[in-house]
Design a protein around this ligand. Structure first.
Ligand code: F6R
Length: 241
């Protein structure tokens, strides 16, 4: 595991953007696993800037996102599809039919999970999987629990996750209670994993995840078992290292 320590969110985002840019330049047909949330916004902005400056070509890139809220469609500004369009896809040249997320409007959970797993199998393996870290140690929406799940599943979001994500909604009661998420098995199958973490609120859980026991109660702790993980954190998040 390689850990980069950077002074703040901006510097963390620059370091992460360098890693992603290097991936795309060295393998133009890369399959990228992507995340939403606050952590990657700066990184997506920098990648968009580099594309605009003619430095990065996404025309052969494929992307697969970690998760999507159940019940939210692409036109809903709170959906992860909308987030990805707004923060990255609308600003770079990834072909429209080469960016994939679970379908939040799927009628049948089991069928949607099977469809997404089949899709991951067909486009994969993921060359670089980007991850943020939940306050409770989740990665994707793999919440703390009794076991590490292998494939895509529909998950009941924990209270702490709903509370944390309520900042993107008018109020907490609007946060969907269920989501589709890629499983830990699929995440671990990625060739390389890039975990980005910022802010003092994440310091303790980051330390637990990387230095504590490997347990499904801290889902990100499984990353200790992956052979190629890069962590980019800011000083506040890495305060306990
Ligand atoms: C988002 C995702 C989540 C977030 C995590 C951290 O697609 O999979 O695991 O990465 O909740 O979110 P932020 O970055 O908002 O602190």
């Amino acid at each position: 595991m390689q850990i980069y320590r950077r002074e703040n969110y901006e510097a963390m985002s620059r370091q992460a953007a360098d890693i992603l840019a290097e991936q795309i330049i060295s393998k133009p047909d890369s399959v990228l696993g992507l995340a939403t949330g606050s952590s990657p916004i700066g990184l997506y902005r920098l990648l968009s800037d580099r594309h605009r400056a003619g430095e990065l070509d996404f025309s052969r890139v494929t992307t697969v996102n970690l998760d999507e809220y159940k019940g939210l469609g692409p036109s809903n500004p709170r959906s992860y599809r909308y987030f990805m369009q707004e923060n990255l896809f609308d600003h770079v040249n990834i072909p429209a039919d080469r960016s994939f997320l679970p379908d939040g409007l799927a009628a049948d959970d089991a069928a949607e999970c099977a469809r997404y797993d089949a899709l991951l199998e067909a486009v994969g393996p993921i060359d670089l999987q980007l991850l943020g870290l939940g306050n409770n140690g989740h990665i994707g929406f793999n919440e703390p629990g009794d076991f590490f799940s292998a494939g895509t599943h529909c998950v009941a979001l924990s209270e702490s996750t709903c509370a944390a994500n309520s900042r993107f909604f008018a109020c907490e009661s609007e946060v969907p209670r269920f989501a589709y998420t890629m499983g830990i098995g699929s995440i671990m199958h990625a060739r390389r994993i890039l975990l980005i973490v910022s802010g003092e609120a994440k310091a303790e859980i980051l330390h637990k995840a990387l230095k504590g026991p490997i347990t499904p109660w801290v889902p990100a702790s499984v990353l200790q078992l992956h052979r190629d993980v890069v962590v980019v954190g800011d000083d506040a998040a890495l305060a306990l290292f």
